[in-house]
Write a protein that binds this ligand. Structure first.
Ligand code: ADP
Ligand code: MG
Length: 219
């Protein structure tokens, strides 16, 4: 599903920052992979490349066999919307919107009728165990519930790949545990999951671990 061929990214600066050194990486469909490394080691840079948010400045990124370097920005955006769901440390929910509105509004870019978007949103929220919170605003949800809304938002377009950047970074251990359990369930249901973390509990849950240090990927 994911293939990096000597992919590297140097931020132009000045001074230039070689955030990701030339990296070869293959992740197969259905894998669950954690990416660990200290702050500033290049984890988000790697995830942003895999999520088609950034282009490598060297080498190639192939997604499902498609050389993404050959795609224009519009094609990359379309591919991202179809294939990839994102979960970040901060939940990025709209404060005065209910859970179902938050999930449905994120699908506005899709050429889907409003009623279908709402239906998909409800279904995604049910999938993350929030059927009873559809009409609740974020302020009245726990941290773990908020992150589950964010995960539902990522799932609503039925992506094949879920990219998570420190998904439990803002959560206490009890809420983190519910989010981790959910990621595990999604993986068992067939999702390909990549999780950036510097929390060993999170990293230990994934069968495969990639370590990154000073932009160098190992494992
Ligand atoms: P991590 O997610 O592991 O904390 P990042 O991938 O965010 O690390 O950053 C890797 C390195 O690249 C760091 O040295 C960081 O300061 C630098 N960096 C990140 N984003 C930019 C940017 N937009 N411009 C310049 N340097 C950046
Ligand atoms: Mg980061």
């Amino acid at each position: 599903m994911i293939r990096l061929e000597r992919a590297a990214l140097t931020y132009p600066g000045p001074p230039p920052v070689p955030a990701l050194r030339p990296t070869n990486l293959t992740v197969h469909r259905g894998e669950y992979v954690s990416i660990v490394g200290p702050s500033g080691s290049g984890k988000s840079t790697l995830l942003n490349i895999l999520g088609l948010l950034d282009r490598p400045t060297e080498g190639k990124f192939l997604l499902d066999g498609v050389d993404t370097g050959a795609l224009g920005d519009r094609e990359r955006t379309a591919l991202r919307g179809l294939r990839i769901g994102f979960v970040f440390q901060a939940f990025h929910l709209l404060a005065r919107r209910t859970a179902v509105e938050n999930v449905a509004l994120a699908q506005l870019y899709r050429a889907t009728p409003a009623q279908q978007r709402r239906h998909d949103a409800r279904e995604a929220l049910e999938r993350v165990g929030l059927a009873h919170r559809l009409n609740t605003e974020p302020a009245r949800l726990s941290g773990g519930e908020r992150q589950r809304v964010a995960i539902a938002r990522a799932l609503a377009a039925q992506p094949a790949l879920l990219l998570c950047d420190e998904p439990t970074g803002n959560l206490d251990s009890a809420n983190a545990a519910t989010v981790l359990q959910l990621l595990d369930d999604l993986w068992h249901a067939g999702m390909t999951v990549l999780v950036i973390t510097h929390d060993p509990t999170v990293a230990d849950q994934a069968p495969r671990r990639i370590i990154i240090r000073d932009g160098v990927v190992t494992g």
